[in-house]
Design a protein around this ligand. Structure first.
Ligand SMILES: [Zn+2]
Length: 412
């Protein structure tokens, strides 16, 4: 059973320092490499799906959250406001209000809808120090977030497309949902009081789930304060569930922010907001990846993708040249020389690295490498250029399968 907190420290992925504070982990170069690969994957998938990215600040005035409803429904989870002269600013508990204002800043025609706005941005939660730990309970969260501003007729297609993006991402990450959940309001929660809107959005999400053919369970008391959600649940090795991805329908915030578009009839209409996150927070996604893979990440996510191992000191120059060629192809590689132990020991040390490129005197003499795969398979010595091109193509395709030497053939 893997614990991401222990593995994260052992593999030099992330750590914490009491002077920075609990719930505020920092990322070491290896962890940052995993995180960046994940972020690049998501941004590129969003771009291909017609999303446009924005950036917005992590602070906002208290009034912003009074309008959005966070202040009255969610302030227990928010950091206290900071006084700045006559103003009060707060660390944002979500990205939605900023995106609503960005939408509102320009006039919109029905021809622009669905308008898909994405941002991988910071948000903050005032978790108590007793529950903080690792990457799963943190005070600073980086959320893969997006809001689709659309007509009521477009909601089902947009929510369905988001579910497909989630499915594709999980395949590339080598993870699986524990279950799909239709999250509904429950007794005693702080929810926006608009029964007709709750009924309509619940109906829409039910329709999306039914049409997707995915098995799901309804759960009371799990909705957002402004609307119901489809939550994609993951489980840690102890079986504890948490939400990674989510798709939500929101009639509330468009009204609170008085959002509008001009319809074909020339009149003003109110758009619906679909909130959706493909991989959830980067922190929780990486924690889950560490635990799911025990540190043996799919090659495209691995902190080091190619471990270059010269057999003796004589092949060090060729090893270093191979590392530079990897870098030129966008591959993360590291050479480890005999000063770090015998070849067997170095192979063992690199057991989580997807590809190990061994260079002995014969390989060094004619620019070849002997590739060993993380799963123990060994390929005959290949021209270095051919091996690197095969590995790079497999990485580029975000495959969870390792390249096995087949020429020009993608293994998926
Ligand atoms: Zn949102």
């Amino acid at each position: 059973m893997y614990d991401h907190r222990r593995l994260g420290r052992e593999l030099d992925l992330f750590d914490t320092d009491p002077l920075i504070g609990s719930g505020l982990p920092y990322w070491l170069p290896g962890g940052a490499a995993v995180r960046h690969a994940l972020e690049e994957y998501v941004r590129s998938a969003e771009q291909r799906a017609g999303y446009r990215h924005v950036h917005s600040p992590v602070l906002g005035k208290r009034e912003l959250y009074e309008i959005s409803g966070h202040w009255s429904h969610y302030s227990d989870d928010m950091f206290p406001p900071m006084k700045l002269g006559a103003e009060e600013v707060v660390l944002r508990p979500s990205l939605c209000p900023h995106h609503a204002l960005i939408y509102r800043s320009r006039p919109h025609s029905h021809r622009e809808l669905p308008l898909r706005m994405a941002e991988l941005g910071g948000m903050y939660r005032s978790e108590l120090s007793g529950v903080l730990g690792g990457l799963t309970r943190v005070r600073a969260i980086h959320l893969n977030d997006a809001h689709v501003f659309c007509t009521l007729d477009q909601v089902a297609a947009e929510a369905g497309a988001a579910l497909e993006m989630i499915r594709d991402a999980y395949a590339a990450l080598g993870i699986a949902p524990a279950r799909y959940r239709l999250s509904l309001p429950g007794p005693g929660g702080k929810y926006v009081d608009a029964p007709e809107k709750w009924r309509r959005s619940t109906e829409l999400l039910t329709e999306v789930l039914d049409r997707s053919g995915l098995p799901y369970e309804a759960a009371e008391g799990e909705a957002a304060f402004y609307g119901p959600k489809i939550d994609v649940q993951i489980a840690d090795p102890a079986g504890r569930e948490s939400t990674l991805s989510t798709v939500q329908v929101d009639f509330h915030q468009p009204e609170r922010f008085d959002l509008a578009y001009i319809g074909a009839d020339g009149a003003k209409h109110r758009p619906v907001m679909v909130h959706r996150s493909i991989i959830g927070s980067v922190e929780r996604a990486v924690a889950h990846l560490i635990e799911r893979h025990g540190g043996a990440f799919p090659a495209w996510l691995a902190p080091v993708q190619v471990a270059v191992l010269p057999v003796t000191e004589e092949q060090l120059p060729q090893a270093e040249a191979l590392v530079r060629r990897c870098a030129g192809l966008g591959l993360r590689a590291e050479a480890t020389g005999p000063d770090r132990g015998g070849l067997g020991a170095r192979i063992r040390d690199a057991r989580l690295v997807p590809y190990q490129a061994v260079i002995g005197p014969a390989e060094a003499a004619d620019d070849r490498v002997a590739i060993r795969l993380r799963d123990g398979r060994r390929l005959d010595a290949l021209p270095a250029g051919e091996a690197l091109a095969g590995i790079a193509a497999q990485v580029e395709a975000h495959s969870t399968v390792l390249w096995d030497g087949a020429p020009n053939a993608l293994r998926t």
